[in-house]
Design a protein around this ligand. Structure first.
Ligand SMILES: Cc1ncc(COP(=O)(O)O)c(C=O)c1O
Length: 454
C-alpha cells in the first residue's frame, strides 16, 4: 500500500525554541517548496511519502534545515546513524580516506577492508566466522537466500529448495528479497510467484497471538511443505513493521528444527544489528546463533555498506571470483563503518541503547494512553519502539491517525519517518543510539502531547 503524500502547502505553526528543537518558519518552509516539487516531478513517486523537510546538515541527535529550523531526530535516518549525525571520528575517517584518492572496486585488496573484516569477525560468536561486505541490505539478504539455496541443493538434491520466511517480513526490494518478504502487495508485480518461497506467521504477539513454535510446523504442514525440502529459514530478529523480537523459546525451537532438517538458519539483522536492541546483535536476546546474518543500516554510521556474516562452510561454497559485488568494501564506506564500530564501543552505545530503551519503554504506555484509543498496541526492544494504529478491537490498520501523528510531530520539531508496517499504520521511534535522557524525554513529551490531539 502506498503511503499518503505530505502536502506542499506551507502552514503557520506554533514557534518552538528549546535546547533540541527550533521551528521558526511555516512548515513546509515556503522557500523549500520549489525544490520539493522538483523532486516530486523528476523522481518516481515511490521516493515520496516522507515529511517535506529538506535536510541540510546534522549534528548528534539533531537535524537542521537551511532556514533556521532544528529537529530532534527520532528516526536516525532510517535506523542508519547509530553514532549520531556528523560524528567527528566517522567524518574524519571518510575525509581522510577520500583524500587518499582510492575510489575503487572490490577487485584489489586494501588495508581498510582487512581492518573492517577483522573487526567484524572478532565480534562474532562461533560458529559465525566469515564476513562478506556488500552495499545494500537487500544485497545481503539476497546473498543469504542464494547461500541457503546453494547449500540445500548440495546436501539434499534438487527438491531441497524451499525457502521459509515470515508473514509481514521485509528483507528489501529486489526480487529474491521480495519473494521472501511477507507482504503480498509488494510482490504482486511478479505475476507468478515462486512456489518454493513460503511464509509462516511471525510470533509478534499482536497479529499472531499464538507465539508457540507449533504454529511454524503446523503452517508448513498445511502448506504441504516437507520439512526435509526446506533449504533455509530467514527471519528478521525483530520485524521492521513493529518492534517485536522473536521470543527466545521460539528461536531455540527454530534452531533445533533447522539442525534436524539441515536447513540454514538466517537472521536478518539489518535493523537490529550493532546495538539497536541493547545488545550487539539482536539474536543475542534469543540465546541462539544463526548460520547466516544479514547486516546493514547501523553497521556503517550512514554510509552504504552491508555485510553477510556466516559460517565457514556456507561462506566458502563459491570459488574465487564467483560471488562478488562491484562496490564491496568501498574504502570510504569501509573507513566509515570501522570508525562507526569503534565509536559504538568507545562511547558505550550498546549500553546506552539498553538504558535509554528502558526510558522509552516507560513512556510508550503514556503516549498510548493519551492517544484516545488510536494506538492499540506498542512494542519495544532496546532503543526501538513501535506504536500500532488499528481500528478499535481489531488488527485492521488505521493509517490516517498514524500519518497525522507523524506530521504533527514533525511540525513540532521531532523528526520521524512516515508510518511503516501493515497498511502504513505503525510509527517507529528509533533515535540515534547516542541520545541523552533529557533529549529523549523532551521528544517523548512532544509525542504524548501530539497523541492527545488524535
Ligand atoms: C529488516 C530489513 N531487511 C532488509 C532491508 C533492505 O535494506 P536496503 O534498503 O538497504 O536494501 C531493510 C530496509 O529497510 C530492512 O529493514
Amino acid at each position: 500500500m502506498a503511503t499518503k503524500e505530505f502536502p506542499l502547502v506551507p502552514e503557520q505553526v506554533q514557534p518552538v525554541s528549546t535546547k533540541y528543537r527550533k521551528i521558526q518558519t511555516a512548515i513546509p518552509v515556503p522557500e523549500s517548496i520549489e525544490t520539493l516539487k522538483r523532486l516530486r516531478d523528476i523522481e518516481p513517486r515511490s521516493m515520496g511519502g516522507q515529511p517535506p523537510i529538506i535536510w541540510d546538515h546534522g549534528k548528534g541527535c539533531q537535524i537542521f534545515d537551511a532556514y533556521g529550523n532544528m529537529w530532534l531526530d527520532f528516526s536516525a535516518g532510517v535506523l542508519v546513524t547509530a553514532s549520531g549525525h556528523g560524528n567527528p571520528k566517522i567524518a574524519g575517517a571518510i575525509a581522510s580516506m577520500a583524500k587518499r584518492g582510492m575510489y575503487h572496486a572490490y577487485c584489489f585488496p586494501t588495508d581498510i577492508r582487512a581492518a573492517l573484516v577483522t573487526k567484524l569477525t572478532a565480534m562474532l560468536p562461533a560458529p559465525l566466522k566469515n564476513v562478506f561486505l556488500l552495499t545494500t541490505g537487500s544485497e545481503a539478504t539476497e546473498c543469504c537466500i542464494k547461500l541457503a539455496r546453494t547449500h540445500g541443493l548440495k546436501v539434499g538434491g534438487k527438491q531441497k529448495k524451499v525457502f521459509v520466511s515470515f508473514e509481514y517480513g521485509f528483507h528489501g526490494r529486489t526480487m529474491g528479497a521480495q519473494l521472501a518478504g511477507g507482504s503480498a502487495g509488494l510482490k504482486s508485480w511478479m505475476g507468478d510467484l515462486d512456489p518454493s518461497f513460503v511464509q509462516v506467521p511471525y510470533p509478534d504477539g499482536f497479529r499472531q497471538t499464538d507465539t508457540s513454535f507449533d504454529v511454524f510446523t503446523r503452517t508448513l504442514e498445511q502448506k504441504g511443505v516437507n520439512p526435509d525440502d526446506v533449504c533455509g529459514v530467514m527471519a528478521e530478529t525483530y520485524q521492521g513493521g513493529n518492534a517485536a523480537i522473536m521470543p527466545s523459546a521460539y528461536a531455540q525451537a527454530l534452531r533445533k528444527w533447522c539442525d534436524q532438517h539441515n536447513a540454514v538458519m538466517i537472521f536478518d539483522e539489518i535493523q537490529a544489528g550493532f546495538g539497536r536492541t541493547g545488545k550487539r546483535f539482536g539474536f543475542e536476546h534469543t540465546g541462539v546463533v544463526p548460520d547466516l546474518a544479514a547486516c546493514g543500516k547501523g553497521i556503517s554510521g550512514g554510509m552504504p555498506l552491508s555485510a553477510v556474516l556466516g559460517t565457514e562452510e556456507l561462506m566458502n561454497m563459491y570459488g574465487p571470483g564467483e560471488m562478488t559485488s562491484t562496490h564491496s568494501a568501498n574504502p570510504i564506506c569501509a573507513a566509515a563503518a570501522l570508525a562507526n564500530l569503534e565509536v559504538i564501543e568507545e562511547k558505550g552505545l550498546i549500553a546506552n541503547a539498553e538504558k535509554m530503551g528502558k526510558i522509552l519503554g516507560q513512556h510508550l504506555p503514556k503516549i498510548q494512553a493519551a492517544s484516545n484509543g488510536k494506538i492499540t498496541h506498542i512494542d519495544r526492544i532496546g532503543l526501538v519502539g513501535a506504536m500500532q494504529f488499528t481500528k478499535p478491537g481489531t488488527t485492521e490498520p488505521a493509517p490516517e491517525p498514524a500519518w497525522q501523528m507523524v506530521w504533527e510531530s514533525v511540525k513540532r520539531g521531532v523528526m520521524l519517518f512516515a508510518p511503516v508496517g501493515v497498511g502504513g499504520s505503525c510509527i517507529k521511534i528509533n533515535p540515534p543510539l547516542i541520545i541523552k535522557k533529557d533529549a529523549l524525554l523532551e521528544g517523548l513529551a512532544v509525542l504524548e502531547d501530539v497523541a492527545k490531539t488524535l
